[in-house]
Each structure stands twice: as structure tokens, then as C-alpha cells.
Design a protein around this ligand. Sequence first.
Ligand SMILES: [Zn+2]
Length: 127
Amino acid sequence: MNRFTPGRIFKSRGRQYQILGTKDHWTRDGRYVEMIRYQSTCAETCCGRTFRALTTKSRIRKGQLNKRCELHHAPGIPIPVKKARKKRPKAHVKKPTAAARLAARRERALERAILAMQRVQRPSYLD
Ligand SMILES: [Zn+2]
């Protein structure tokens, strides 16, 4: 039993593959190559379909296998890694101190006093 024995399950670049069998293949220049049939599940998160593909032994050794089905085939594009969501720090709400509340109240009182003064000083013809 070698690594290309049909039924053999192996991992490549974090994904699981299964060898289905071999396929005889002759290159255009007449060389014989034994191709490997394999299957895996599509890496696309919304898909997950089982797909089958054909490759060479050297591509398996190099880990150059399809990660996606025919539909989502996108060689060279890495699978999006789920990033841990950064928790956004809550806006720190400071409870006003008694002194701050008093100061605010004083300020409002002052504003009201100024407004009242301005109203008094307001010439009557503007009314
Ligand atoms: Zn897919």
C-alpha cells in the first residue's frame, strides 16, 4: 500500500482528501503519466460540496490540490480565514461626580441669569 492507494485519506494544507484511484494519461509528447483521482469537500464556506478532481502525483506531493469544487474553483486564492472578531471597547461613560453635577447646575443657573439680564436689557422696540 502506497500513499496513492485508492481509499486512502490524507491531509494536505489542512484539508482532507481521499484518493479514488488512478487514471492512465499520456502527455502530448507521448510520455505516460499515472494521474490520481481524488475527492475532497469544497472549501467555500457556503458550499461544502464533495468534488472530484484529477491531478498528478507530483502536485499531490507539492500540496497543489484543488480546495474548491468546479463551481467555486479559484486557484491561488486563499481560503478566507475566520478572524477572531475584535471586541469594540464600550464607550466609557463616566458617571458625573457630585461636584461636576453641581458645577453644571451652577453653569445652567448662570446662563439663565445672563439670558434674563439680556431680556431685561433688550430694547422694547425689538419686541
Ligand atoms: Zn463549492
